[in-house]
Design a protein around this ligand. Structure first.
Ligand SMILES: O=C(O)Cc1cc(O)ccc1O
Ligand SMILES: [Fe+2]
Length: 432
């Protein structure tokens, strides 16, 4: 397929029509919509949320979403969400090798596996997941009524079809799929692999820039929403669609005789996006010391306490290291926030050898961690010339709530049993 076209800008009041005249002018709910369409409102916030946080989109579609059969439970062995679906595990650092690509043939939904969970669906928190997809979802769509889905492809391109249109993403991009909006994720290369953050809290937004000013980090104009697109099929020839719904921390399924991708026109500010992470304007020290990683925040889901994110999406992109008289990799630390990390490509400076693309780590609340012994030795002796960390892309889902690993993560994923050994050779070098 040709790359779909896009509308630029995060949070804008976008509008798009796939048939001329399908969008009503100057009103949302005309007595009769053009082309025989139905008007439907999708809200992302309470009606009375402050204007700056208010999100909603009007959909003009061939049939409304209410035309769907009754839902029945759909078992899923590895997609867990909410602290109640996690396991009690010792407060050790955890690390996994690349998530398995050779799981049995399946689509994006089949291939979702939660590493770690917190919060409660419908209340807040997040889930860190791996996905693998070896086939398209076909006539199957996912609606996550519990949370927004942030997709981080690691291997293989994806075509994501949403009610508002189509997005193509490759490794190095992210896709943001609003809570409650139907979508399907189809691999353009197989197998496709990556990570997902299921955000059960407030919708992701761009972080405040404070003294940075009015530009920088992820710039709003670089986020791309899809243009309207619908499956152009005759009602009689269509065949059933399976709607898989995430609701209350479990899956449900129903069938409907028509495609949910039947929105001919839409307008509003609740939209899916893709974002090319290479557009991130990275800021770092030009003097000394290692800044807090919050300086690399792409998107944040705030909690009700200012500054304490339900989840931050943070990246470690290619960048120049120029700090003088500084230990340049991350410092040793223990944080109240919990850190789930993944690696899209290359090496991560705190663990150049041990952390593999497609792998993951979990440093839970107050679990001590930092550079492995090899990275410490190298960085302590390095000549501090300007140095480009290149061909690398790591990321972190950082959350204020402790994370619980899942049974899959502890028993079936490629969990390393000797991770903590990477710090064993950090000797007592004290000399009085
Ligand atoms: O632990 C990690 O590797 C993530 C991290 C990176 C960094 O530069 C500073 C703090 C931090 O938690
Ligand atoms: Fe950390």
């Amino acid at each position: 397929m040709t790359d779909p076209t896009y509308l630029a800008g995060f949070g804008n009041q976008h509008q798009s029509e796939a048939r001329t005249g399908a969008l009503p002018v100057g009103r949302n709910s005309p007595q009769r919509c053009a082309h025989g369409l139905y008007a439907e409102l999708l809200s992302g916030s309470a009606f009375t949320a402050p204007r700056a946080d208010n999100q909603r989109t009007w959909l003009y579609r061939r049939q409304p979403s209410v035309v769907v059969g009754g839902y029945r439970p759909l078992p899923h062995a590895t997609w867990k969400s909410g602290a109640a679906q996690g396991e009690a595990a010792p407060p050790d650092p955890l690390r996994w090798g690349p998530s398995q690509l050779d799981v049995s043939d399946g689509d994006f939904v089949d291939g979702l596996r939660s590493y770690a969970v917190n919060g409660e669906p419908g209340v807040g928190g997040m889930t860190a997941l791996a996905f693998v997809a070896t086939r398209p979802m076909g006539r199957r769509a996912l609606v996550n009524a519990d949370g927004e889905m942030l997709v981080v492809p690691q291997q293989g391109r994806l075509l994501i079809t949403t009610e508002l249109g189509r997005l193509e993403v490759a490794p190095g991009f992210i896709a943001l799929l609003p809570r409650g909006m139907a979508f399907k994720v189809d691999p353009l290369d197989v197998p496709a692999r990556g990570y997902v953050c299921e955000n059960l809290g407030a919708a992701f937004r761009l972080p405040e820039l404070g003294p940075i000013g009015s530009n920088g980090l992820a710039n709003a104009r670089d986020f791309e929403a899809p243009v309207a697109w619908y499956e152009d099929e005759a009602p009689t020839s269509a065949g059933a669609y399976e709607i898989v719904k995430r609701h209350g921390g479990q899956l449900w399924r129903a069938t409907q005789p028509h495609s949910p991708f039947n929105v001919v026109a839409w307008h509003g500010n609740l939209a899916p996006y893709r974002y090319d992470l290479s557009r991130f304007m990275t800021i770092n020290t030009v003097s000394f010391d290692h800044p807090d990683p919050s300086i690399f925040t792409v998107l944040t889901s705030p909690s009700d306490t200012p500054g304490w994110a339900n989840v931050d999406f943070v990246i470690f992109p290619p960048r120049w290291m120029v700090a003088e008289d500084t230990f340049r990799p991350p410092w040793y630390h223990r944080n109240v926030m919990s850190e789930f990390m993944g690696l899209v490509l290359g090496q991560y400076d705190a663990k150049p050898e041990g952390f593999k693309p497609g792998g993951a780590s979990l440093h839970n609340s107050y679990v001590p961690h930092g550079p492995d012994a090899e990275a410490f030795d190298k960085a302590s002796g390095a000549e501090l010339k300007p140095h480009k960390l290149d061909a690398t892309l790591a990321f972190m889902f950082e959350t204020r709530w402790p994370l619980k690993p899942t049974a899959w993560a502890l028993n079936d994923a490629p969990l390393e049993t000797t991770y903590a050994d990477c710090w064993r050779d950090l000797k007592d070098n004290f000399h009085a």
